[in-house]
Unconditional design. Structure first.
Length: 106
């Protein structure tokens, strides 16, 4: 089989998206470091973005790209707020895990 004859359909992108989402979900459930958990959530959001773009290209609709724009805006806001919380926790306890969120109570 020659790679030049390979036609990429939307199913390839959907499989890639499912694998990315599964890796992110497993990482979110297994790891306890807050920074790694945020990276896993970002990976899951990027998997959803790949799905939106694949369906948008398959349906010849711009709605997929518009949805990706809004998902990226929400992801940027999440990163700003999440990293502020992680920095606040890590200043009090450098070896903090996700269970140490109760340290932020005044």
């Amino acid at each position: 089989m020659i790679l030049a004859d390979l036609v990429l359909t939307s199913s390839y992108y959907l499989v890639l998206s499912a694998i990315m989402f599964a890796i992110g979900a497993v990482g979110l459930l297994v790891r306890r470091n807050p920074l790694v958990m945020f990276m896993c959530v970002e990976l899951m959001l990027n998997a959803v973005n790949v799905t939106f773009v694949a369906f948008g290209a398959d349906l010849n609709d711009v709605g997929g790209q518009i949805s990706v724009f809004f998902v990226l805006v929400v992801a940027a806001v999440e990163v700003v707020v999440g990293l502020a919380l992680v920095v606040a926790i890590n200043r009090r306890l450098p070896d903090a895990t996700a269970d140490d969120v109760s340290l932020l109570r005044g």
